[in-house]
Design a protein around this ligand. Structure first.
Ligand code: NAP
Ligand code: 8YV
Length: 319
């Protein structure tokens, strides 16, 4: 009988993930414990690995209480909630789940864009509420042959561009670096916003991209413009967004992520005609969440077998 390694579990996991881990790891769930600090004081020394997600990351009390921590496997591609510098300085390896969610998040971006353009939510209310009996639903706007700007042309951004081709979109983009792609590059988010009808934000979160979409970018997008955010709530200045929508300086917004999620400002909830909201469900399908869960577990099993990770974050490559 091989000794099982103590694995701290932050957030919920599926039965499938639990089954895949059961033989090799002693699973120690953290959340909903009455005595979190007592538990960490008692078991922190034993904990060699953490399974977390993009929302919780590795809280400071956990990092401090686990001196023998060696590996962190995060369920999700974005890792802005993790103190990468602090953990890697201690030699701790970190993995995430890139690529397996590209299609789903791109579908969510397209879905929000189409819902804004075709007034899907208002049309549903018109049909469902009986207003149709009193009159036709107003004409909406065609999403075909639009200029679509992608802010962050990485794995998911490129997948959004691929899908937007079905709508004969003309693709523009901004990223830190210029790519070898047949799209138009702009050297700032404001220049990109000024050139397009729809701006889709899909950069990572964190200090580098904090409020990368500010009042100036929203004004450049303009009164007919449509902002879609499937990145992190921190990338868009939400106060400026509400003001731009309220004054008509910005046309539409489709938002999957929010600055203080799961809380959403009432002002956004009240704008039912021009704003479409989803509760951070970019990757949330049964199929994609299973693929993310499998990859999260495979990283832990591989680390146990040979000390390496299948999908380390870039900062850990070569460690
Ligand atoms: P990725 O492949 O690393 O792509 C990120 C892109 O953002 C790259 O093109 C990068 O530029 C660009 N970028 C980074 N910092 C920038 C900056 N300061 N200014 C301009 N561009 C910048 O990441 P991904 O796999 O596509 O994922 C992107 C993000 O989507 C994740 O980090 C996560 O926050 C979010 N996400 C959200 C959901 C959801 O449920 N809504 C689901 C999954 C992911 P370079 O190419 O020049 O480096
Ligand atoms: C997840 C995400 O919902 O992968 C990401 O970066 O935002 C989503 O896929 C999140 O990470 C789950 O915690």
């Amino acid at each position: 009988m091989v000794d099982r390694i103590a694995l701290l579990q932050i957030g919920t996991i599926t039965d499938r993930m639990r089954d895949m881990l059961a033989d090799r790891f002693e699973l120690l769930p953290l959340l909903d414990r009455d005595d979190r600090s007592g538990f960490l004081a008692e078991r922190g020394q034993d904990i060699a690995a953490v399974l977390t997600n993009g929302h919780y990351g590795v809280p400071d009390d956990v990092a401090a209480a686990c001196p023998n921590l060696k590996a962190v496997s995060s369920y999700g591609v974005g890792y802005d909630a993790i103190d990468v510098e602090g953990l890697t300085a201690r030699g701790i390896l970190i993995s995430h789940t890139p690529n397996v969610l590209n299609d789903e998040v791109a579908v969510t971006a397209i879905l929000l864009w189409l819902a804004c353009y075709r007034g899907l939510i208002a049309a549903d209310a018109h049909a469902r509420g009986g207003a149709w009996e009193d009159g036709e639903f107003p004409l909406t706007r065609s999403p075909m042959e639009r200029k679509v700007g992608i802010l962050g042309l990485g794995r998911i951004g490129q997948t959004i561009a691929d899908m937007a081709a079905a709508f004969r979109a003309e693709i523009h983009y901004h990223a830190r670096s210029r790519k070898d792609v047949p799209f138009t590059y702009h050297d700032s988010p404001t220049a990109l916003a000024g050139a397009v009808d729809v701006l889709i934000v899909i950069t990572p979160g964190g200090p580098e991209t904090h409020h990368i979409v500010d009042a100036g970018v929203l004004d450049a997008l303009g009164s007919d413009g449509c902002l879609i955010n499937v990145s992190r709530g921190s990338t868009v200045d939400e106060t400026a967004l509400i003001e731009a929508l309220r004054t008509g300086r910005l046309g539409y917004a489709g938002l999957d992520v929010f600055e203080a999620e799961p809380k959403i400002p009432q002002a956004l909830k009240d704008m039912t005609d021009r704003v479409v909201l989803t509760p951070h469900v970019g990757s949330a399908t049964v199929q994609t969440r299973q693929a993310m869960g499998d990859l999260t577990v495979r990283n832990l099993l591989q680390w146990l077998d040979d000390g390496t990770l299948e999908t380390p974050i870039p900062e850990c490559k070569g460690m």
